[in-house]
Design a protein around this ligand. Structure first.
Ligand code: NAD
Length: 422
């Protein structure tokens, strides 16, 4: 298959954050062969036969509510965590500086006190009705698309975790959502919903890596489908939950009854600071919950703790204790510790998904990209959390395309079945 050489835009909500910066730096460095492509699934077989956009064909821009530069964000990561090599960083400095012109001030509307405190005065002051805010988000993205002559722009939400939204029936439909925006109903909405709505309304593919579920609310899904945009969320699966969703099926395969699964996470970067706010933490705990009982098929005693430990920076540490029962009702235990660098684990997944979302849209697909469920803690439209099932689902999607078939996006949602790859 011939490789598409068209440029593909990537619009990052939270463009100055740790994840977005690592993603940009990684794409530029790997695109120039300064680093290997380790961590990127789309660089392996059979993904490399799909004709996905090259890393060097990605063009970056985005919104943030903090004022800094892309280079400064990358330099801070070098200083704080050492994950970015300073000599290689100097080699891509001009490219990073050029991206600054495409990063615009976003809206901190209803994001919680911690984000408002971190946000630049310009973002806090951003005035106008909700409709005005949506319009200005769209103008920023369209301006970027025009300036670079891009055919496609994939929107990626990697902004901070917001406090959860109260249940709102109007979110279920496109009409309800439009009415809330037009009525300027400020209590019912948050910035993530406005960004999600703006992308779907423009027909742009949307990846919501955050636990902010409003970004891909049912009403937004309807609008995306109608406008030919594929979308997926919520909350990237990169650490403790990834290990859980790979390990829990093992207990099932041996009929070992899990009695208790206690997990305790400590993290120290800005994400950790935002999650230290009890309001914002609630959204994260919701997406982490429910994985185990779904995989095992019964309720169990489980608890997830998250604490902010500043000295750890981006090295998130999780300790999990699993108490289980076997033959003769004998009780045993398994414990693991996980120390992963959040952004290093997450950034390649985002690059994989951007390339695959652009591919999906180029094939005329729209609506939920359920086949990307293996990348999410709480995948919308898939109630199966077993990592093995989710991975086969992705491979099934790739296989259908490599065989020249048409993907039936409703298949898994309707039947819960997936064809195993040969
Ligand atoms: P970060 O704090 O480094 O970056 C978030 C960025 O979003 C900041 O630059 C902040 O200024 C910006 N922001 C906040 N509110 C905004 C708004 N309304 N509009 C535009 N920009 C806004 O966090 P991070 O480590 O990069 O994580 C980003 C998101 O991804 C978080 O929601 C996190 O929970 C989620 N996530 C991360 C991982 C991972 O890193 N492994 C896994 C799952 C989910």
């Amino acid at each position: 298959m011939t490789r598409a050489r068209k440029k593909c835009g990537v619009w990052l909500i939270g463009a100055h954050g740790g994840l977005a910066t690592t993603m940009i730096v990684g794409a530029l460095m790997a695109g120039r062969d300064l680093v290997s492509t380790a961590g990127l699934l789309t660089e392996t077989e059979p993904f490399d036969q799909l004709g996905l956009p090259d890393l060097s064909d990605l063009v970056f821009g985005g919104h943030d509510v903090r004022e800094t530069t892309v280079y400064q964000s990358a330099y801070d990561i070098y200083k704080d965590t050492g994950t970015i090599d300073i000599e290689k960083l100097q080699q891509i400095k001009d490219d990073l500086d050029a991206i600054d012109a495409d990063v615009r001030i976003g809206t901190a509307f209803n994001c919680g006190a911690t984000i408002r405190r971190l946000a630049a005065p310009k973002a806090r002051r951003r005035q106008g009705t909700l409709r005005d805010l949506v319009r200005s988000i769209q103008e920023d993205i369209l301006g970027f698309k025009d300036r670079h002559g891009l055919e496609q722009v994939v929107v990626v939400n990697v902004a901070s975790t917001e406090p959860p939204l109260p249940p709102e029936p109007a979110f279920e439909t496109a009409k309800g959502l439009r009415q809330l925006i037009d009525a300027d109903d400020r209590k019912a909405l948050r910035a993530s919903v406005l960004y999600g709505y703006a992308a779907a309304d423009l027909g742009l593919p949307l990846i919501n890596f955050t636990p902010n579920v409003g970004s891909v609310a049912p009403g937004i899904q309807v609008i995306a489908r109608k406008n030919g945009a594929p979308l997926i969320g919520n909350d990237g699966k990169t650490g403790e939950t990834l290990v859980k969703s790979a390990l829990a099926p093992m207990f099932k395969y041996r009929n070992l009854k899990v009695l208790t699964w206690q997990g305790y996470n400590i993290l120290g970067d800005r994400d950790g600071e935002v999650l230290a706010d009890p309001e914002n933490k609630q959204a994260k705990l919701r997406t982490k919950d429910g994985v185990l009982s779904q995989i095992l098929g019964y309720p169990l005693h489980t608890h997830v703790g998250i604490d902010f430990v500043p000295s750890l920076n981006d090295l998130k540490t999780a300790w999990d204790f699993i108490h289980f029962q076997g033959f003769l009702d004998f009780k045993m235990s398994l414990q693991f510790t996980w120390q992963g660098c959040d952004a290093i684990l997450a950034a390649p997944l985002l690059l994989d998904m951007v390339r695959l979302a652009a591919f999906a849209q180029s094939k005329g697909e729209s609506g939920l990209m359920t086949w990307l469920s293996c990348f999410f803690k709480s995948p919308v439209g898939v109630d199966q959390h077993d990592l093995h099932f989710q991975f086969h689902h992705l491979m099934d999607y790739v296989k259908v395309h490599l065989e020249g078939g048409t993907w039936d996006s409703g298949l898994v949602a309707r039947t819960g079945q997936v064809r195993l790859p040969r």
